[in-house]
Structure formats: structure tokens, C-alpha cells
Ligand binder design. Structure first.
Ligand SMILES: [Zn+2]
Length: 737
């Protein structure tokens, strides 16, 4: 790239960093030349919960591809299935345009026909809202025709012949091509929104554009070895995030400048490792959050809490495939029971569900599939008028995207971790393991929880407790916010190295040292360590065990005076890595039993700070799978966070309950979803207790969607009602005055 192009890129990018997004939620569809005067039954996007995306990643080398596409038949199948919105493809990973373009390369088999435009017009005629699917960076046509636009992974560009996906880089002039395409699409078609896919990195990029830009910004070469203690590596990762965020803002601004329609970027990678380089701050470039997820309802539940906290407009959306297990299978249909569980995970969180199907290569759909999807839509639709509100929760899990790396990977060449096309996308992230562990504990023990992130930490004020699980990075400002939270009466539960500042010039220390009541000394143990109870209540909680196992090292610390040490760290009799057959050097051949005498360094500490309390665990035992771990963790919450909670429920652990407050309608929305692994689910009942908002009295409880009155009674601070066993999903309104 020449200097002029580079400077132009930098200057356009700077404009993109301060977008004026005020009022974008009021985007009004149809306000463009050629307005077809279509009126919809529902308001986009607020009332649209049944959405559909049909993957159309079809090339044109075989004349049969897309040759049997029939617009009327295609839209008819979809409309009859009860969808409210369709997102037709404008382009695809293949890189060929399906809209009538003067910018890109049209799909040859369309012979000039405007497939996208026809679908939009016919969908609108049938009462379907339309958004455009537009994919960036992953573009076979662009990568093939424009070698200088290619993403260059650390391993070099040797993948081209053994990989299906051509990658381009957002720092190259490819970005101008993407902007030009979007201007044309948004300017020429009456779509109401755009979904931008792949606004994240598939690999670290070392193309000429990225290299030039890094040199210009930091006067250094882009590093090729992962080292989280190396300032240049840390700058490189920060730059990757910033560059992608800037690209996302520029894409959004490009669209909004043409017409103020809704825009969102795929945030499926929200819990991916550092390599995706997508900051949760991308939420600021989105009207609402959304992403495609394939990991089952428990993971959807965690992501939903995260999206709910970040989204600016409701409903947020999650997408999942109609095929099992995901998009790599073209034919295997999820059963209605499985589809229901996936779909009701969205309803449980007042979210929109976007189902993903894939077009047959010739351009047809399987009509029988849509009969099945139609049943699902028909069943879910009656709940929609009741959805929405503010998620009610007592406990927040803190998610820090900056901590999504594996600190044991220092010194490894980038290419060994991030190869091509998603290698290492999930990676090992101890912070994520801890979040997922806590989410499972809270969900299964029915403790009302939400998620706050490093970009919306101010939302802590909505909670009474926060869990800071195995957090590897923390800024002084974030530490200040956590400190204030506890000082004001909040409960903070931290595990492992959370809040450790390893760059302090006086040596590593916890930024939350005073709050936690422990001073960092280092680490202890290797593959196996133990927590040994000291406190009488903890002895009872873990009974009949006398130790709690953790598969990893723990943090070595000393307790401050006044801090209460409830358990200590005990090391194995023989360090696991020293065990060998010569001389049988171990304490037991299969396992690593604890030393005879319990250790003395603190492993579990409770500290009072200001009006609040902090709990510190020397190791993130929330990542362990032993049955005692959740029992101990729930005890720690209940011990430090007195009730009443937003709700309580007595039911099977597979059932998740959510509660939303709709103050303007003076009602609470209660949802229960049974997430049993083996389907069909066995019906289970529940006794539900909800806490009405302060100063309000409950006037009625109604089973939805038919609004059948349910008997209720006062039980302490709660109103209590019982539910007969239900198959999978149950939703109720609690009205108050
Ligand atoms: Zn690049």
C-alpha cells in the first residue's frame, strides 16, 4: 500500500471512532426512492421475534448452481412457515454478488438477474420484514482477484489451495470495496436493516497494510511470538482490537449515512479467545446485539445475559441452525423437541430467534423442513406480546474480554496457536472456563444472575454481588469501581489471580488487596492442589470430604489482619510431576493424595470492607467438575449475600428461571425452561417465589399465553405460587399495583 492510501485509511478510520448514533433505533423503513408503500403488522425490530437467515454460499462454476431458484416459491415457503423477517444474502463467503451491482462481480448463473432485489420485493409483498446479510473479509472472489487485499496469517499464505475460505484483511483497500458495496445495497433496496458478518479476525494478520500501520503507530515490527508480558505483543493485540472496532464503526456509519436503518455485527465470537480481536465495545456500532451460536441452551443462556447487558435496543437476537449440530451438516434436521429447547432459550430471555437454514445448491429449499419450522413458530408466537423488560438479578458475573488468553502460552510462536481459518478461536482461556463454571452453578442453583463486561462495568449498580472469576487483566479504574461497589455494601467473590497487577514496579500485587484482605505472594503447587476447611461451617458443607480438589496451581497469599481464613491450601504429598515407577516415588499410584498435615497459607478468605464483603478463593474451583464444588460456591454466596433475592424457585436443576420487570406495564414476566439433555424432556413442576418491586403489591398471577389466573400466597418477602409439571417451557405474568 502506498502512503497516500494508508493516510486515507487512517483518516477515514478516525472519523469512524466517534459515531453519532443517536436516534438510530427510530430508523424508519421504506423512506427511500421507490417506496412501495408496504405496511407491516409489526414494528421493526422491536416486535419481530421470528427471523430467518438462509445461507447462500453457492459458487457459480456449475451451471446448475442457483439455476432452479424461483423467487415466488422461495418466499412462499418461508412466509407460510410464519416467519416475520427474512435476511436475504447480498454476497457470501464465495464473494459473488447476488444483488444487481456495478461494484462487485455478479454470480454468473443469475445472468444479470437481481436475486436479492427480487427476494426483498416479494418478501415485502408477503408482509415479511427484510434485512440484508452482508459478509466482510471472508470473500473468495476478492482474495483471488486482489492478492494485496489478502489476510496474511503468521504461517504465510500457503493455505490457499487446501482451504475453502479466502480471507481478506480489513486494513487493506478491501475496506473501500466493502463500503462501496454497502452504499449501493442500502441506497438501492428498501431493506430495514443490515447484518454484518465476520467483523472479527480469523487470524493475526501480517499483510503489508497491517505491518505498515503497526510500524507507523508504534515504531515497531508486529511481533510473531505470543508473550502477554511483552509490551509490544500487548500493543499488537490492542491494535488488532482497535482496528477491527474502527472497521465496524466505519461500516455502520457508511450504512447510516445512506439511510438510518438498523445495523448489527456478528458477535458470535463474544466468548472467543484473543485471536478473534473483537471487543464487546462493538456493541456501540450495533443497534442490537446478535450472533450465531451452536453450543446448546446452557451456553445460549450465558450469552443471552451478556447480550442483554450490552444491547441498546431490545430484543437482541441469537441465531442458530435448524440442522444438527450446526451449519457443517446440510441435511440432519433438529427434532421439534430440540428446536423447541433452542428457541425457548431465546423466549426465556425475551430475545428474537433467527433460525439459519441453507439453500440447496440449485437454489431450492426443502418445503417439509418449513412445515416443521412453522409448527415451532406457531407455538412460540402467542408469547411475544408479553416479552421484554429489565432482567432482574442479584448476582453479576464479570466478563473481561481482555483476559481471554492462556498465560501459560507465553513464548509460543503465533503461528502455532493461530493458523488459518479459526484455529484457536476458542483456545484455552482460564477466564472463560471460570465464567462458564459459575454460570452453570448459578443457573442450576436458581440464583438470579446477569453478566457485566469490561465495557459496561457501570451496570454493577444493578446488582448486589459480583463474581470476578479468574480475571487476568484489570485496570486501576476497574479496580476503583469494584472497590467502590464493595465499600457501598456490595459482595465481591474473586478467584485465582483476579485483580493481579503483575507490572507494578514494586512487584506483582492485587489491585483489590484491601478489598480481598489478602496480599499476593506468588503461586503454589502444580497439577493438583487442595483446599482444606478450617471453618466449622465449611467442614459441614464439604462433608464427608476433608479436602476439595483443584487440578492446577493456586495463588499463594497472606491474609490481612481481620480477614477470616476459612480454608487453607494443602499441597499433594508428592508433587504429581515427580511421580515415577523407579522406587515408586508417589504417595498412591493412581492419585495424588494431600499431604498429611494441612497447609497454612490461606485458600478461602472472607473480608469485610466498608459496608460490603469480599470472598477470595486461591484457585478457581468453579472450573472443577466435582459435585462438592457448586455446593461450596453456593454456600459462599448465601453466606455473604443475605436474601431476599429477586426470586427463588424450588425445581429440578435442569430448569432455568428468568425474571423481567416491565414497570410501565406494572408486571413481572416469569420464564422457566427445562434444559434436560435427553429429549423429550420429563415434565417437572416448580414452586416459584418472586419479590415484587419495592412498595408494590401483587394483584394477580397469570399463566401465559392464555392468561389463566394462578393461585398465589405471601411467603415472607415473596409472593409464592406452584406450577404443575410442564413439558419444557412455562411463562407467567405477575401483575402488581
Ligand atoms: Zn492485514
Amino acid at each position: 500500500m502506498d502512503r497516500r492510501t494508508f493516510n486515507k485509511l487512517i483518516s477515514t478510520a478516525t472519523i469512524g471512532m466517534t459515531p453519532n448514533l443517536k436516534g438510530i433505533a427510530q430508523a424508519h423503513p421504506g423512506a427511500m426512492p421507490g417506496d412501495d408503500g408496504v405496511k407491516f403488522a409489526t414494528k421493526w425490530p422491536e416486535q419481530v421475534y421470528r427471523r430467518l437467515l438462509i445461507d447462500t454460499h453457492i459458487p457459480d462454476w456449475d451451471p446448475l448452481f442457483l439455476s432452479r431458484f424461483d423467487t415466488a416459491e422461495y418466499v412462499d415457503i418461508i412466509a407460510r412457515a410464519g416467519f416475520q423477517q427474512l435476511m436475504p444474502y447480498t454476497n457470501s463467503c464465495v464473494g459473488l454478488a447476488l444483488w444487481k451491482t456495478q461494484v462487485g462481480q455478479m454470480h454468473a448463473n443469475l445472468h444479470g438477474r437481481d436475486m436479492f432485489g427480487e427476494i426483498v420485493a416479494e418478501s415485502r409483498r408477503r408482509g415479511l420484514h427484510t434485512g440484508a446479510y452482508f459478509i466482510v473479509t471472508r470473500d473468495n472472489w476478492a482474495a483471488e482477484k486482489h492478492p494485496t487485499w489478502r489476510l496474511i496469517p503468521p504461517t504465510g499464505n500457503t493455505h490457499i489451495l487446501d482451504n475453502r475460505y479466502g480471507q481478506t484483511c480489513a486494513n487493506t483497500p478491501y475496506r473501500d470495496y466493502a463500503f462501496a458495496c454497502l452504499k449501493e445495497i442500502v441506497g438501492n433496496y428498501p431493506i430495514e436493516g443490515v447484518f454484518i458478518d465476520m467483523t472479527f479476525w480469523r487470524s493475526a494478520c501480517y499483510c503489508a497494510s497491517c505491518t505498515d500501520r503497526f510500524r507507523a503507530e508504534y515504531n515497531a515490527e508486529p511481533p510473531r511470538v505470543i508473550d502477554w508480558d511483552d509490551p509490544t505483543w500487548r500493543k499488537f493485540q490492542a491494535a488488532r482490537q482497535r482496528w477491527m472496532l474502527e472497521f465496524a464503526h466505519d461500516l455502520t456509519d457508511t450504512i447510516k449515512k445512506v439511510r438510518p436503518i438498523t445495523v448489527y455485527h456478528n458477535q458470535a465470537v463474544i466468548f472467543d479467545s484473543w485471536s478473534a480481536g473483537q471487543s464487546p465495545a462493538i456493541a456501540q456500532a450495533c443497534d442490537y446485539l446478535g450472533g450465531d451460536l451452536y453450543d446448546g441452551p446452557a451456553f445460549y443462556s450465558l450469552v443471552s445475559k451478556t447480550y442483554d447487558g450490552l444491547t441498546r435496543v431490545h430484543p437482541f437476537e441469537y441465531m442458530t441452525s435448524r440442522t444438527y449440530p450446526g451449519l457443517a451438516d446440510h441435511v440432519s434436521q433438529k427434532s421439534l423437541a430440540k428446536l423447541r429447547m433452542d428457541a425457548y432459550a431465546a423466549t426465556l430471555h425475551s430475545a428474537a430467534l433467527c433460525l439459519i437454514d441453507a439453500i440447496n445448491p440449485v437454489g431450492t429449499l426443502n418445503p417439509n423442513v418449513y412445515k416443521l419450522l412453522g409448527k415451532l413458530n406457531e407455538e412460540r408466537a402467542p408469547y411475544e406480546p408479553f416479552l421484554g423488560g429489565e432482567l432482574q438479578a442479584d448476582v453479576a458475573i464479570y466478563y473481561d474480554q481482555e483476559s481471554m488468553y492462556d498465560p501459560t502460552k507465553n513464548g509460543i510462536p503465533v503461528g502455532d496457536f493461530v493458523g488459518w481459518e479459526g484455529a484457536g478461536e476458542k483456545g484455552i482461556c482460564p477466564h472463560r472456563d471460570a465464567i462458564v463454571g459459575w454460570a452453570k452453578v448459578l443457573r442450576e442453583s436458581h440464583i438470579p444472575y446477569g453478566v457485566v463486561t469490561n465495557v459496561n462495568l457501570e451496570q454493577l449498580k444493578n446488582y448486589r454481588a459480583v463474581i470476578v472469576p479468574n480475571v487476568l487483566e484489570m485496570t486501576a479504574e476497574q479496580a476503583r469501581q469494584f472497590t467502590q461497589f464493595v465499600k457501598d455494601g456490595g459482595v465481591l467473590i474473586a478467584s485465582g489471580p483476579s485483580s493481579l497487577d503483575r507490572f507494578d514496579h514494586n512487584g506483582p500485587r492485587f489491585l483489590l488487596e484491601d478489598v480481598l484482605g489478602v496480599r499476593y505472594l506468588g503461586t503454589m503447587g502444580t497439577k493438583v492442589t487442595y483446599l482444606t476447611p478450617k471453618d466449622a461451617q465449611i467442614v459441614k458443607v464439604v462433608w464427608p470430604q476433608d479436602h476439595v480438589n483443584y487440578n492446577g496451581p493456586m495463588i499463594k497469599a497472606e491474609a490481612a489482619s481481620g480477614a477470616e481464613v476459612l480454608a487453607t491450601v494443602t499441597l499433594p504429598w508428592v508433587a504429581p510431576e515427580l511421580g515415577h515407577s523407579i522406587g515408586s516415588h508417589f504417595a498412591a499410584i493412581h492419585s495424588n493424595p494431600p499431604a498429611l498435615m494441612p497447609g497454612t497459607t490461606p485458600g478461602l478468605v472472607i473480608n469485610t470492607y466498608g459496608k460490603g464483603k469480599a470472598v477470595w478463593l486461591a484457585g478457581p474451583i468453579e472450573t472443577g467438575h466435582a459435585e462438592v464444588n457448586p455446593v461450596l460456591l453456593v454456600h459462599l454466596i448465601k453466606r455473604t449475600l443475605p436474601g431476599p433475592y429477586k426470586f427463588e424457585v424450588e425445581t429440578h436443576p435442569s430448569v432455568e428461571m428468568t425474571l423481567f420487570d416491565q414497570p410501565e406495564k406494572k408486571r413481572l414476566l416469569v420464564g422457566l425452561l427445562s434444559m434436560q439433555e435427553q429429549l423429550p424432556a420429563i415434565p417437572v413442576g416448580a414452586t416459584v417465589r418472586v419479590q415484587p418491586p419495592a412498595g408494590r403489591t401483587v394483584s394477580g398471577v397469570y399463566q401465559l399465553p392464555e392468561r389463566k389466573a394462578v393461585k398465589f400466597e405471601t411467603a415472607g418477602a415473596y409472593e409464592q405460587f406452584r406450577l404443575e409439571p410442564f413439558d419444557m417451557f412455562s411463562m407467567l405474568l405477575v401483575e402488581y399495583e
